[in-house]
Design a protein around this ligand. Structure first.
Ligand code: FE2
Length: 249
């Protein structure tokens, strides 16, 4: 089955539109979303509307999703994230709010697992180092693990020498991180961020995962950054949130 894997949309409708157009053209059969649909961006309700309509969707909540529904104290957020969270609470419709309230922090599927940050601390740990990956491995029942949160396309996989390596994933790079017997080989994939990339590339990041070929591939798409920035400013969200979209960090 071909899955569209994406994360950290953060209320960026223009970026999400570019990614969903690609998934539609690619005839994906299912979707895996690693959380943070809202927060930072100017179109949280519209993004949730599009995502709610996706068929065969497997989605978990992120820390920003939880903050918006008041399950994380925004005092822990930086001032920009805090301001955006408070704005998003007011911008969210009832249906979107209920959808977020029903999301779980961990998702176990027969073919894969999904969290936002890490298996042991889904809402706040960034899975960035080999040591962190090793420390989380025992908590995953079914591999691959899909995660987001760092806003960077990454892979953690075992080498033939029995080591674990961390890879930054370039556009179009194809990874086959787990070979037969499927589901038993530890590998984690992060598709990067749709709506607020932080790897110095302003383009929306997303991925395709083929559950039969066991391949994971990252794709990047340009979108109308100026349009999103204009909406951020028009809604009185922090200027920094507009500027960082252009620099991709
Ligand atoms: Fe995020």
């Amino acid at each position: 089955m071909l899955y569209g894997v994406f994360s950290d949309v953060h209320g960026n409708l223009e970026a999400l539109g570019a990614v969903l157009d690609f998934y539609s053209a690619s005839r994906v059969e299912g979707y895996i979303c690693c959380g943070d649909v809202v927060g930072y961006g100017p179109d949280p309700d519209e993004c949730l509307g599009l995502i709610r309509a996706l068929e065969n969707l497997h989605i978990v909540c992120g820390n920003h999703d939880l903050a918006v529904i008041d399950r994380i104290d925004v005092e822990w957020f930086n001032p920009y994230a805090r301001a955006a969270t408070l704005w998003t609470r007011a911008a969210l419709g009832e249906e979107s709010r209920r959808f977020l309230e029903n999301l779980t922090a961990r998702l176990e599927h027969q073919d894969f697992s999904v969290v936002h940050g890490s298996p042991r601390r889904p809402a706040d740990e960034y899975l960035l180092s080999v040591a962190q990956f090793r420390n989380n491995m025992s908590l995953v029942k079914t591999w691959p693990l899909f995660c987001g949160h760092s806003h960077m396309p990454l892979c953690f996989q075992c080498t033939t020498a029995g080591q674990v390596e961390a890879l930054f994933l370039e556009e179009h790079q194809t990874i086959t991180g787990d070979v037969a017997p499927y589901g038993n080989v530890p590998v984690a994939y992060n598709p990067g961020s749709v709506g607020q990339p932080r790897d110095h590339d302003q383009r929306a990041s997303c991925a395709l995962w083929d559950s039969e070929a066991r391949t994971f591939q990252v794709f990047r798409f340009a979108y109308d950054v100026a349009a999103t920035q204009a909406k951020i400013r028009a809604n009185g969200l922090p200027e920094y949130l507009a500027l960082r979209l252009a620099s991709g960090q």
